[in-house]
Design a binder for this molecule. Sequence first.
Ligand code: NAD
Length: 390
Amino acid sequence: MLNGERLIAKPYRWAMVGGGRTGNVGYKHRIGALRDNTAFELVAGAFDIDAERGKDFGTNLGVDPSRCYADYKTMFAEEAKREDGIQVVSIATPNGTHYEITKAALEAGLHVICEKPLFFEEEEGIEIKKLAEEKGKIIGVTYGFSGHQLLLQMRQMVENGDLGEIRMLDLRYTHGFNATDTESANASQKWRVDPKVAGKAFVLGDISTHTYYMSRLICPELKVKELLCDRQSFIKSRAPMEDNAYVLMHYENGAVGRMWASSVNAGCMDGHRIRIIGSKASVEFSDHQPNELLYEIQGQPPQKLIRGMSYLYDECNADERLGALHTEGLGESWANIYLKFAVAMDAKDRGDEETLKNLVYPGIDAGIEGIHWINTCVKSADEGAVWVKF
Ligand code: NAD
């Protein structure tokens, strides 16, 4: 169980690029990083593309105004001159900027926590992985839902054979918030359907990368062998950026799967679900009910497994914070991920490879696999919804 006591000797001096006042995701990073004030302290930022607004915002967060910078290049250069300069930066800017900012941060000697989708091309991921290794730095990728500890319960259930042999993965991340042409009036949505800024895909990258990573977290032994993707743009002006996609998967061990990614599932508030089906039983997680798992054993009444209870696996309860009497949610999930980033960075800085080997968190490989997922889906769809090797 986590209670905020320090897991590392000193909090990391942390900065953000992006995540400013108008940004969607910035607050989730701060909730995650600052939940345990023993892991990170926010000391600097280039929070906004609008320098003045960024400075005002950072100052309102309590950051020293002289460390609220106009842009990330100035921040990296100025902070490098200080004895108490930043040690790690989080990148919460639109997709098309991730690669150049990550590269600059590594070259400035910083650990990096970057938003998904990590970059556009796998080659960029491989190059950055090599650079991070040379510099002895950690790259964390904020698959922010993956810190829900019940996912670790699912992982242990799969590993221990509670479900039998895994046959099917039913993955879904859908909502209806883009059922109309929302981009005309919303800057955050506008770049998401612009390939120059968002990359080759919309919902496949924006939402299904999360679900894909979570499925890999739960079933690390299951590797996709080939997939078939069909994608559509129901709001025609979005084409070729899909607002709906169906993906069929064949896994190497004979299991099969499907992913439905959609932001035009009208009326759906949050349809983010993962159901793992084995030969004996199934287990299901819903992002909207992160305090319980549906566990169904063939021939028995369905069960709800409740977060924080002692009947759960230790690996799951290690990330418990509040106890079963109280609800936890997305804030705790982000905090769990950020805490693992801090532990990973600390282990890397101390040369503790043993800790790193055993730590489960979304790192550079998960980021590269996310790019591979998006690009393979797009390739399949654009070749006419055909099976392609993964
Ligand atoms: P947004 O458009 O709402 O906000 C982007 C922020 O970055 C703004 O504050 C903007 O001023 C700032 N910005 C843009 N370019 C900048 C630059 N060069 N330097 C400094 N600041 C800059 O975008 P968003 O919805 O917050 O998405 C940002 C990233 O986070 C995207 O990659 C997106 O895919 C990802 N995201 C992840 C999650 C998640 O759950 N992990 C959720 C939402 C978004």
